[in-house]
Design a binder for this molecule. Structure first.
Ligand SMILES: [Fe+2]
Length: 134
């Protein structure tokens, strides 16, 4: 898998959240590199742990901002966030249970979700929030 490269089209128009999204890209890139270096399950486990904590932090920040400005797409947005969290937690449970886990599957899911989400539903709050937050 190719490393993710940030482009302007990913921008949601709010610097703080663009910064978060760039960090998510970097986390996915670490996973791609870990895979290429055929790192052991511990590296994958740690990267997933970081990703899990960071997405909770980031989703909480986005949701709080949407709530604060009474953005009407909030519920749909929370649902999408939950899909990612649930899946990452499933992967973590599998690892904890010493089940075989495919790094390709994890990467395809997580990278696909982050790209779709950033280019999709995240773009809806951008124009709404950016001129309220200045
Ligand atoms: Fe989001």
């Amino acid at each position: 898998m190719q490393l993710l490269v940030w482009e302007d089209r990913f921008s949601v128009g709010i610097r703080e959240f663009d910064q978060h999204h760039k960090i998510l890209f970097e986390m996915i890139n670490s996973l791609i590199i870990a895979k290429e270096e055929t790192s052991g399950p511990n590296v994958i486990k740690n990267t997933l742990e970081q990703l899990h904590l960071y997405t909770i932090f980031h989703f909480t920040a986005e949701e709080a901002m949407m709530k604060h400005f009474e953005f009407e797409g909030l519920d749909d947005h929370i649902e999408e966030h939950q899909v990612l969290l649930k899946k990452v937690e499933d992967y973590q449970t599998k690892i904890a249970d010493s089940e075989e886990i495919s790094i390709d599957e994890v990467l395809n899911f997580v990278a696909g979700w982050v790209l779709d989400h950033t280019l999709g539903i995240d773009q809806l709050y951008g124009p709404f929030l950016s001129h309220r937050t200045g």
